[in-house]
Ligand binder design. Structure first.
Ligand code: ATP
Length: 311
């Protein structure tokens, strides 16, 4: 990726605390779109976000956000970047509207613009009449939405979302992930979203960065590794002519140059190299006179792929 399309770039970024090295020579280049930053608790995700915002100094190395140096130009970065912190940080006594207007004003918006943008962003996150009630009475899901709205109020080019699905039930998670996806599709804002759950970011993110112990484990387009590892599962019936239908099909497909995984009993697992495989399989089944029970594409979950990638 060339420097001009980078949204976030780090070079040998290191952060040492007295007892622990939170980031350890991290070099990564992140482009526009939605990027998932995945890592176990303590992997260094929050530390990276704080350095990117210019809120914490690095011990060594450098970081650039939207082309600006995080160490020297933190204020300019924060004008163009929204931040949703991980922990609850909302004042209980004020309403969502008052809070988000206040945050908009803090970011330099004039009063009228802050009110208009607040109404827009609260509508975007799905808070309507409740927005005039004190935040203290909100559910966890509503509080997460207020945190998301305040990150968007000043119309940033990039938002950094630290564990936005934390504490949400499965339905709440899905809604939040949908909202995050729309931040990019509806407004063109780039997103860096962190999670310790690998699976939940695979539908939301264009690109996944995995860190472990402050080191880069992997940085890759989401589609490129799930597609690369897809397979086609085929199950056929036995017939009198072919009492072991699956084995007859295995022989025919192997003869046709298809890579078939060993074992599998009645279900054959085929390496899905390209879409012509569907025709090859259909023709082979027809030639043998077998019945097709099912044919389905199986994509490896990102979680499995990364388990394999771990050193
Ligand atoms: N201010 C600090 N002082 C000392 N150690 C810290 C500080 N902040 C973070 N750490 C340590 O640095 C490591 C990385 O923490 P960090 O919060 O960046 O991880 P994380 O991936 O965001 O995990 P989590 O989801 O649990 O916040 C951890 O071992 C943590 O204990």
């Amino acid at each position: 990726m060339s420097g001009s399309t980078s949204v976030i770039q780090t070079e040998s970024l290191t952060k040492r605390y007295p007892r622990v090295t939170a980031l350890d020579g991290l070099t990564v280049d992140i482009g526009p779109g939605v990027t998932g930053l995945v890592g176990a608790n303590g992997a260094g995700k929050s530390t990276l976000i704080k350095i990117l915002l210019g809120l914490a100094p690095a011990s060594a190395g450098s970081a650039r956000v939207l082309g600006k140096d995080a160490a020297a130009e933190g204020r300019a970065i924060r004008e163009q970047v929204g931040y949703m912190p991980e922990h609850d940080c909302l004042p209980p006594d004020v309403s969502a509207t008052e809070f988000v207007v206040h945050m908009g004003r803090m970011s330099g918006l004039p009063s009228t613009a802050a009110r208009e943008r607040t109404a827009d962003t609260l509508r975007h996150v799905g808070l309507y009449e409740e927005r005039y009630r004190p935040i203290g009475g909100y559910s966890t899901g509503m509080k997460q939405r207020v945190k998301l709205a305040q990150a968007l109020v000043h119309d940033p080019r990039l938002v950094l979302l630290d564990e936005p699905t934390n504490g949400l039930d499965p339905a709440g998670r899905d809604e939040m992930l949908g909202l995050i996806r729309r931040i990019h599709t509806d407004f063109g804002i780039s997103v860096l979203v962190t999670s310790h759950l690998l699976g939940e970011l695979e539908r939301t993110s264009d690109h996944i960065v995995v860190i472990d112990g402050g080191k880069l484990l992997r940085s890759q387009a989401t589609a490129s590794f799930t597609e690369a590892t897809a397979s086609l599962a085929v199950e056929v019936t036995d017939t009198e002519a072919h009492p072991h239908g699956a084995e007859a099909l295995r022989a025919a497909l192997t003869g046709a140059g298809v890579s078939v995984a060993p074992g599998g009993g009645h279900v054959l697992l085929l390496d899905l190299a390209d879409d012509s495989l569907y025709d090859t399989v259909r023709d082979a089944i027809a030639d043998l006179g077998l019945g097709l029970v099912r044919m389905e594409q199986r994509r490896h979950r990102i979680a499995e792929v990364f388990e394999e990638a771990r050193p």
